[in-house]
Design a protein around this ligand. Structure first.
Ligand SMILES: Cc1cc2nc3c(=O)[nH]c(=O)nc-3n(C[C@H](O)[C@H](O)[C@H](O)COP(=O)(O)O)c2cc1C
Length: 206
């Protein structure tokens, strides 16, 4: 076996590792999270908070907010909103070195524990991009103290190395919209309700 052949095998294995379980657009859901249901007719009252340096994450934030008919707020403006008035906080960030931006990190550190939450990220590095995005989402999820119902990631044009110029594209937006819908469904139809309407008890089954 020559060195060139070994190098090719190792490179193929590396590529497989990069692709395995971390495809470009993914949505994952956590059905173990306890859902805190209110009786308010507006439930779930949602708020999308994002940071964005070049518009990609803002586009995904606005798509999610449109689906949930809720505000989409840049993290710089978050002081105007009271987190504890919302049932669901959805937080989005561009991936910067496998991390959320400093502003999102500060927001996650200082915000009160939300009732329920979800996170999303856009990323643009080739090969290891999906892994760095997963690392970023996991960091964000950890800060949410067991309230995170789901995670979503998709590609975004990288303004420095100029990869993925057409992203987020229409398919990414459709996937983000579907993610929002699934999160809303989790809030509405979840087995693990913390509070809510008392179960109906029929006469036959007291
Ligand atoms: C300073 C900087 C660091 C970045 N680091 C990463 C990274 O670690 N992994 C990755 O996949 N993309 C990385 N990117 C690409 C962005 O995450 C991606 O282009 C994202 O969609 C930008 O979103 P925005 O337009 O909302 O700022 C980086 C971009 C910048 C500007």
């Amino acid at each position: 076996m020559n060195r060139n052949f070994i190098f090719r095998i190792l490179f193929a294995a590396f590529l497989a590792c990069c692709m395995c379980g971390c495809s470009h657009t993914t949505a994952t859901f956590n059905s173990d999270i306890q859902v805190v249901r209110s009786l308010d007719p507006d439930y779930p009252k949602a708020l999308v908070v994002y940071d964005s340096w070049s518009g990609n994450t803002q586009l995904v934030a606005d798509t999610i907010a449109e689906k949930l008919s809720c505000p989409s707020v840049h993290v710089d403006q978050i002081a105007e909103y009271k987190i504890n008035e919302y049932d669901l906080i959805i937080i989005g960030s561009p991936v910067h070195g496998g991390m959320p931006t400093g502003k999102i990190e500060d927001f996650l550190t200082n915000m009160p524990k939300p009732k329920m939450s979800a996170v999303f990220a856009t990323f643009g590095a080739p090969l290891l991009g999906p892994l760095t995005a997963n690392a970023c989402l996991n960091k964000m999820e950890k800060k949410l103290q067991g309230t995170c119902l789901g995670k979503f990631k998709c590609l975004g044009f990288h303004k420095i190395i100029r990869t993925y110029p057409s992203h987020p594209d229409e398919q990414d937006k459709a996937d983000a919209s579907k993610f929002a819908e699934e999160i809303r469904n989790l809030c509405l139809n979840h087995d693990n309700m913390k509070s809510g309407p008392a179960p109906e008890i029929s006469d036959e089954n007291p």
